[in-house]
Design a protein around this ligand. Sequence first.
Ligand code: PHE
Ligand code: FE
Length: 284
Amino acid sequence: MAVEPVVYGASERPPRGDYARARDDYTCPQNWSAYTEADHDTYRRLYERQSALLPGLACDAFVDALPSLGVKDRIPQFEEINERLTPVTGWEIVAVPGLIPERPFFELLASRRFPVTDWIRKPDEFEYIVEPDVFHDLFGHVPLLFNPVFADYVQRYGAGGLKADDLGAGELLSRLYWYTIEFGLIQQADGLRAYGAGILSSSGELCHSVTSTAPQRIALDLQRCMRTRYKIDDYQATYFVIDSFQQLFDMTAPDFTAHYAAVRSAGDLAADATIASDSRITLG
Ligand code: PHE
Ligand code: FE
């Protein structure tokens, strides 16, 4: 096949996953019959542990939609999820062999197809994996695709990514993905909650992001966010907080071209930087 695997971050490792199975758009059939009993058991144990941690830490929209993933005791078949998801928000999930390059990733999102890695971590990687697997992708990302406003945001992000790529601003926009779709926090009436997939699928960072006094929390500001580098090998030093998915959608609706220029001239900030204009959110 014509596709090349993608190398993530600074890693020297070849990416996992068999890219020979991929079509030109990087999607592949979910190789469901290849899962072993041990694979299903890993999923079942991850699901059980993570779902028990959600109360008081995960946002309501996530908790409400989680049952829509269906079976908890084995890896779901993606078609089963699509039967419920597509009628609600027009999204479908598609299998991919692992991480894929930015441009095809943006193209899938822009057409309301969310790429889900089909392999699952090995038992000795239960606590931590470097690359996203089917548990992260399904449990972390798919429940909020049932929320109409959030689902529209992700689609618009994909379209915006294609444009950013043309403007050479892909890296800046990827920080918005990181700090919202992966590591976002939301202020609910009853307190701060997580909505980012990287947090919601992590046993340690879920509690850390919402309750620890170590990281800083800042009201989401687009340029501030796109200036901020992020950590790929540790808990985030900074979390950006939104008030609602509608606020996130509205804030990101305008053309970003001027934002990219402003962010470039303002320069990057370290993951733990503090600046005077930050609107900081304190706990309690
Ligand atoms: N409005 C952005 C632009 O014009 C695109 C975008 C939408 C980016 C939603 C992120 C999220 O570039
Ligand atoms: Fe993710």
